[in-house]
Design a protein. Structure first.
Length: 214
């Protein structure tokens, strides 16, 4: 069964606190973005300032150029999942192993141009593969549904891996993504920018779980 994971993409401690307080009313699994201003055009809240309610299942999406500089600090936070981008110049297999040895799930993210077969060894080693279809470092990206084809290609390499989608999740595509095989729909602007985030989350869940008409 697919799940909705609201995203927190904030630049200041105050904005982060507001986001956590809003999501704590209804969210269970939450996606927190980290960025370094190099891999992405924006600096988000530093790792050292991250915190979250104990009951949350937290996935950290680290949009950073040098994962080796971040992995120890992220492991110390004890999230459920840590995801780095395969497009960095850092060899990720040792980092995946380091994360797993700490009892944390290890994920990789693939940007739009990245073909799964070119990172097959990483897909085989990962617990989670995120198809990144949005814009780095801010809300409001538009989903490129051509990326759905990657689901089949990823499953062919690692049938057991959890698949996430980040970028442009909305009421218009939640059902398509869920039925297409996405396990975790990371929803940013559709929830964070909604007048009523709790209602937006609930509507996405209903849409994602609806039965087909054919």
């Amino acid at each position: 069964m697919s799940v909705i994971a609201p995203c927190i993409t904030t630049e200041t401690a105050d904005a982060y606190k507001v986001a956590v307080e809003k999501l704590s009313l209804f969210a269970h699994r939450v996606h927190i973005d980290v960025s370094d201003g190099e891999f992405t055009p924006s600096f988000l809240l530093p790792v050292q300032q991250l915190w979250w309610p104990q009951q949350w299942t937290v996935d950290i999406h680290a949009m950073v150029s040098r994962p080796e500089d971040y992995v120890a600090a992220l492991i110390n936070l004890k999230p459920h999942l840590i995801t780095f981008h395969v497009e960095t110049q850092t060899p990720l297999l040792p980092i995946i192993s380091q994360i797993k040895q700490a009892g944390i799930q290890a994920g990789i993210a693939l940007m739009r141009p990245t073909v799964p077969s070119t990172v097959a060894e990483l897909i085989k080693a990962a617990d989670h593969v995120m198809i990144f279809s949005g814009d780095l470092g801010h809300y409001g990206g538009k989903a490129s549904l051509m990326q759905v084809e990657k689901i089949r290609l990823i499953r062919a390499i690692n049938p057991a891996v959890e698949i996430g989608w980040d970028g442009g999740v909305s009421l218009e595509n939640a059902y398509t993504l869920s039925q297409g095989g996405v396990d975790v729909l990371n929803a940013g602007g559709a929830i964070a920018m909604a007048p009523d985030p709790a209602a937006a989350y609930a509507n996405l869940e209903v849409e994602m779980k609806k039965h087909g008409v054919i």
